[in-house]
Design a protein around this ligand. Sequence first.
Ligand code: C2E
Ligand code: CA
Ligand code: CA
Ligand code: CA
Length: 275
Amino acid sequence: AKRSGRNTFAGFEPGMDTELKLRRELEADLAKVLERGELSLCFQPRVSMKTGAIICYEALARWNHPERGLIGPGIFIPIAEQSGKIDAIGNWVIREACRLSLDKLSGAPISVNISGHQLRSRGFVDNVLQILEEAKFPPERFEVELTESILVEDRDRALAILKAMKRRGMKLALDDFGTGYSSLSYLRAFPFDTIKIDRSFIMNLAQDDSSLAIADAVMNLGRALHLSIVAEGVETVEQLTILSSRGCDEVQGYLFSKPMPADIVPREIEGALAE
Ligand code: C2E
Ligand code: CA
Ligand code: CA
Ligand code: CA
């Protein structure tokens, strides 16, 4: 085997036993996460470059584990996907995001991340519509964020589902753009409203010509297709300045706000975009 890092061999690292054990443990705990009320949502504002107004809030799931503390979605969402728990968790996320928007955020538009398993689950569109209806949340203020990989598996079915969602007034965003298959034909065929440029490109915007070239290309493409372009993971004024000069429509990132509980997430952005 090849050495792949300190004290690790590819596929045979000494920590794997415990890692597998931890995974199994989390998987078992995840089965009861909803009934135990251990999940919560944070919200992160998406800000208009032109006006500084908050366009919408992205809902991001958090797991407050009784023994292990806060666990991020990067860890538990993949486990939920593999264990089949993602549909129940995903429904909860939609319901809770609607409730919190209406209760705490004056009914502001929200966006929710959807995994492939959810999208392909039976009756997904009707299921979402029913949750929105029960919550009395207008579909026009509800956006789903999907990654390219979801569209590639079973393209025709995914296309039909997304078209049905559009017909019912919901909005669609293509998340993490530039990291996946990046087939440009998808962008034309699928009825997206928004493209989110992946944080990895924004991160290196000021240092790296190729990141800037890619971000530029995405923004030009977005304009040509009349899509709204969001830069995610904006952390510095320097990045903001570059994005602004290139005509990026919306920005999201720690520069404006980290994801926060609905009670304390900013209701407006001060100063950050002032000339
Ligand atoms: P994502 O949809 O790409 O979300 C953006 C991630 O970047 C979030 O991590 C957010 O906290 C982080 N972020 C935002 N601004 C900045 C910044 O300026 N700098 C840095 N360093 N990070 C920033 P988070 O909350 O850990 O979520 C990770 C991923 O988990 C999300 O990536 C999304 O794919 C997934 N996820 C989160 N909530 C849900 C959910 O309810 N359902 C599903 N299916 N997936 C979810
Ligand atoms: Ca997202
Ligand atoms: Ca993203
Ligand atoms: Ca991501």
